[in-house]
Design a protein around this ligand. Structure first.
Ligand code: NAP
Length: 333
């Protein structure tokens, strides 16, 4: 295991933004995890764990601590369960499950990032969420320096949320593997309008996967082409009164039931506030999808993104009376 002192967050995140890192290490296996945590403790370093870097906006200042990337990529099947190591690419795991005829995560095709990052924000797309098939995960508890297991009920999953995003658990556990309980030979269900006409009747898992990969390619920004961190904002959740008022004032607004409340599509709000496809200096709002902020020049600073996102929040608030909150996690500000 090497400890490097010449790494930058901008080379480790899909936004391609972020400053220098004091110490950086890639680890595989239990022994290396224990060793690197011991290094952090003996040097009084704060620790940040990174996967695919696909859900972060990192500031440009020096990160005065240790960044750890877990790189194990093993995967195995036992009965209806698949266990994958946290360093595996999420989409490789979806591909593997579809190839082996396991239903349950095919709608999560094409999501950037690693397996280990998936539970942190309970990734979701096209009506599937990780929590629907999640069974358990193993992690290293950095504070207590031991390996622990989290079952589904321990993870506090919510809409793009989990206990690992809360202060009590944030950056305190290094996830090493996750286990999903899938449905061997299960049939896919497709219920998102944006997939209508893209999948034939009685589609196979592979048909659904291919349709989703194609629609994502058309509608979303590929971080290999232009820096971005997926949806920049969450979809606001509103009560019945607010929903009815919004529908009256803004015909055509996209609102969906969400438990006893309602979920408003932020992309609609941002587009109608006039920001879709607009640039501000070196950053912009994607012309394909209003929820995505892009590092247009490739050299944007974190402060450029913050400036743009503040303007969007203000304009959406003025027009709709809704305060957008970031979905991306803000690091080292
Ligand atoms: P879309 O299918 O055009 O849908 C737009 C919005 O409406 C989404 O926010 C979606 O909510 C909601 N929606 C649509 N049909 C729905 C239904 N039948 N039931 C409940 N909610 C419905 O979305 P898109 O923007 O092209 O994205 C496609 C999928 O990829 C979505 O599920 C989206 O969440 C996911 N995605 C995730 C990220 C990320 O960074 N996390 C980025 C882009 C897209 P949901 O968001 O709750 O699905």
């Amino acid at each position: 295991m090497k400890i490097l002192q010449n790494k930058y967050f901008k080379n480790l995140t899909t936004f391609r933004i972020g400053g220098k890192i004091k110490y950086y290490a890639e680890v595989k296996g239990k022994k290396e995890i224990e060793e690197i945590v011991c290094f952090a403790k003996s040097n009084h370093l704060k620790v940040f764990i990174i996967g695919g870097g696909s859900d972060f906006l990192v500031s440009d200042k020096l990160y005065d601590g240790l960044v750890i990337k877990f790189t194990g990529t093993g995967v195995s099947i036992s009965g209806d369960s698949i266990t994958a190591e946290a360093g595996m690419s999420w989409d490789k795991l979806v591909e593997y499950s579809v190839k082996n005829n396991f239903q349950g995560i095919e709608c999560l095709s094409g999501i950037p990032g690693t397996v280990g990052a998936a539970p942190i924000q309970n990734i979701g797309a096209y009506g599937q969420e990780l929590k629907d098939t999640f069974e358990s995960l193993n992690a290293f508890d950095i504070t207590k320096e031991n390996f622990v297991k989290f079952n589904k009920e321990d993870c506090g999953f919510g809409y793009r949320e989990s206990i690992f995003k809360q202060k009590s658990h944030w950056q305190k556990y290094l996830i090493t593997d996750i286990t999903l309980r899938l449905h061997k030979n299960g049939k896919p269900t497709v219920n998102y309008e944006s997939l209508n006409g893209r999948v034939k009747e009685n589609p196979s898992l592979l048909d659904v996967r291919n349709a989703i990969l194609a629609v994502r390619k058309e509608r979303l920004e590929d971080p290999n082409i232009v820096g971005n961190a997926g949806s920049f904002f969450k979809n606001p959740i509103v009560d019945k009164n607010k929903k009815e008022q919004l529908e009256k004032d803004f015909p055509g607004i996209k609102i969906f039931p969400f438990g006893e409340k309602y979920k408003v599509f932020s992309g609609f709000l941002i587009e109608n506030a006039g920001w879709k496809g607009k640039n501000l200096g070196s950053v912009g709002v994607s012309p394909k999808h209003a929820l995505i902020i892009i590092n247009k020049s490739g050299n944007a600073k974190a402060s450029d993104v913050i400036k743009l996102s503040n303007k969007i929040v203000e304009d959406v608030d003025k027009m709709f009376g809704l305060r957008l909150e970031p979905e991306v996690q803000m690091i080292n500000f």
